[in-house]
Design a protein around this ligand. Structure first.
Ligand code: GUN
Length: 287
């Protein structure tokens, strides 16, 4: 048996179309255009690609995109001053500071300077606390995209065993909170977990977010499980550059019930959820 493929690319296109429909109605009925400001400090090539894609898709759904590209040596004071300006700008409903920041900048300080109501990444400490206590919050985009795909594929998640491999603030921890919110029994595993394969084999839902290429092989997967691969790793194989996930697709697809491919799985959902969060922030700001 081979697994069903969960098509994140097609799902993300549906989410973007829905967002675009809402944006058009906001414009027509209320004269409102949701606006997203993206701040990039420095020239990290991967970040430049992500920021370019975010700006392009923001415009495609009819929103306003404000890109702020700052030199790598930008001071913390200058970056904080920009964030204060964006916080006060009524045309900006969402603010995203692309991570990682250059090492001389304190990411926590910078993220926590963003108005929590405009924090479309859901990284501000107040949104993290609100998510953890079940209060209305901005939800981090990648885990939100994973949850949407899981609900779409499985329906109700209540009572399922979920194992999240990875404990990052961006993916692992908020993913665990979201699954707990849907009444899963949640385990957070990581690089120091003893007998990781056995822990993973207990999972009805297995979310791989470890950042290690193809580490989760078929023998980590319970037959019939739903596998969500958050990893995006560039590797060299047969003299060619290739994108692979944290899951060894070739072996996992033989065991899983459903699986997200890389590319074309979680990746496209992240930006679609960013646009959905920006729309939500605009609607909340305008009652
Ligand atoms: N860098 C990698 N992923 C993300 C993300 O989801 N948001 C931001 N701001 N930076 C990132």
């Amino acid at each position: 048996m081979t697994a069903v493929l969960i098509d994140g690319k097609a799902f993300a296109a549906r989410v973007r179309a829905e967002v675009a429909g809402h944006v058009a109605r906001l414009k027509a009925d209320h004269g409102l255009t949701p606006g997203l400001a993206v701040v990039l400090v420095g020239e990290d090539p991967a970040s430049q690609v992500y920021v370019g894609a975010k700006g392009k898709q923001t415009v495609e759904v009819g929103m306003a995109s404000f890109e702020h590209k700052l030199p790598a040596e930008t001071s913390e004071a200058d970056l904080l001053a920009l964030i204060r300006r964006l916080n006060d700008d009524p045309e900006v409903h969402g603010i995203l500071v692309q991570l990682p920041l250059p090492s001389h900048l304190n990411s926590d300080l910078v993220i926590n300077a963003i108005d929590p109501a405009k924090d479309v990444d859901g990284f501000h400490i107040s949104n993290v606390g609100r998510l953890g206590t079940g209060q209305k919050s901005m939800v981090p985009c990648t885990p939100l995209g994973c949850l949407m795909m899981l609900r779409d594929h499985l329906g109700k998640l209540a009572g399922l065993n979920a194992v999240v491999v990875g404990r990052s603030n961006i993916v692992g921890k908020p993913m665990a909170q979201l699954l707990l919110g849907d009444s899963c029994t949640v385990t957070i595993a990581h690089s120091r977990t003893k007998d990781l394969a056995a822990v993973c084999r207990g999972a009805d839902i297995l979310v791989a977010a470890v950042g290690r290429p193809e580490m989760i092989t078929g023998d980590y997967v319970k037959p019939g499980a739903t596998v969500i691969d958050v990893g995006i790793n560039r590797i060299q194989r047969d003299g060619k550059s290739k994108l692979v996930g944290d899951v060894d697709f070739a072996s996992a697809v033989q065991v899983a019930g459903a699986i997200t491919p890389v590319p074309g799985g979680v990746g496209p959902m992240t930006i679609a959820c960013l646009l959905a969060n920006t729309l939500t922030a605009c609607c909340r700001a305008n009652g």
